[in-house]
Design a protein around this ligand. Structure first.
Ligand code: 0FX
Length: 241
């Protein structure tokens, strides 16, 4: 029996996915990996044989051939061409392809109002780009921060995996190719919006959207530099009554 290779760098997804395969009593054998450069996971999962570090571009054909499917569940490394071109690889992406592909999709959707949600797709050599298997949109409310939208997205990801895991494993689905290329954001685009331009002109809505797009519990993102060159972090609180 061939195996399924799961690569994840996300604690929530890892825990929930493991619960899910246990609940479903899956007969397939799953092997779990995280990215070698993920320092937190290297610390937390040191000496664990059921969750190991991996660097995919150092792996050869013999390694890939053990598996009949690869899952990228929020994986920090780019899957190499030799893998995506020759084996079935499925990505669970916290965004609505082709809109705001790449880094932190909900951040950019709050700002540019493009659709946001979850996309499960077959991987190709481009970022968050391959044929779509399943896709669902998530709503953004006027009082949401990036954190709120992200929580909605990751819960939906787990629900979609719950509903569709057997189909994904068997490959009994029809895919839809992207009709347009959409847009891609990188980490440096996020870093750029976090550096607040205090002279920037715009509507108050644009300014509030920028602040809620960069507000995420547990992270200090947006900031400005004051006259003494102090870095002042800014986040926003929105209360719906
Ligand atoms: O699991 P994930 O959502 O991201 C992962 C990979 O890290 C990323 O490379 C890949 N493109 C993505 C599909 O899967 O976790 P995260 O912790 O990197 O980010 C989660 C959210 O946290 C993000 O959407 C926005 C927020 N965040 C994260 C960091 C690191 C911030 O607001 N500020 C930050 O500095």
């Amino acid at each position: 029996m061939k195996k399924i290779c799961v690569i994840t760098d996300n604690q929530y997804i890892y825990t929930e996915f493991k619960n899910l395969i246990q609940e479903k009593c899956m007969k397939e054998k799953f092997e779990f990996y995280y990215t070698e450069s993920n320092r937190k996971f290297c610390e937390d999962y040191k000496n664990r044989i059921d969750f190991r570090p991996i660097q995919l571009n150092n792996k050869n054909k013999e390694f890939f051939e053990q598996y009949n499917l690869f899952f990228s569940l929020h994986c920090k490394q780019i899957f190499p061409e030799k893998l995506v071109n020759n084996y079935r690889c499925i990505n669970i992406h916290p965004g609505f392809n082709p809109h705001n592909r790449g880094w932190y999709p909900q951040v950019f959707s709050i700002i540019n109002q493009k659709p946001i949600g979850v996309t499960i797709h077959e991987m190709d050599t481009e970022l968050d780009h391959g044929p779509i298997i399943f896709q669902k949109e998530v709503e953004i409310f006027s009082y949401d921060t990036s954190y709120d939208v992200y929580q909605r997205i990751i819960k939906m990801e787990i629900n979609m995996l719950k509903e569709n895991l057997n189909t994904l494993i068997l490959g009994t689905y029809k895919t839809i190719s992207l009709k347009e290329e959409g847009n891609v954001n990188y980490k440096y685009d996020f870093d750029k919006i976090c550096k607040l331009d205090m002279e920037r002109k715009g509507t108050l809505k644009e300014h509030i959207d920028l602040l809620r797009a960069t507000t995420f519990d547990g992270y200090r993102n947006a900031y400005f530099l004051d006259k003494d060159n102090n870095k002042i972090y800014v986040s926003i609180t929105l209360d719906k009554v």
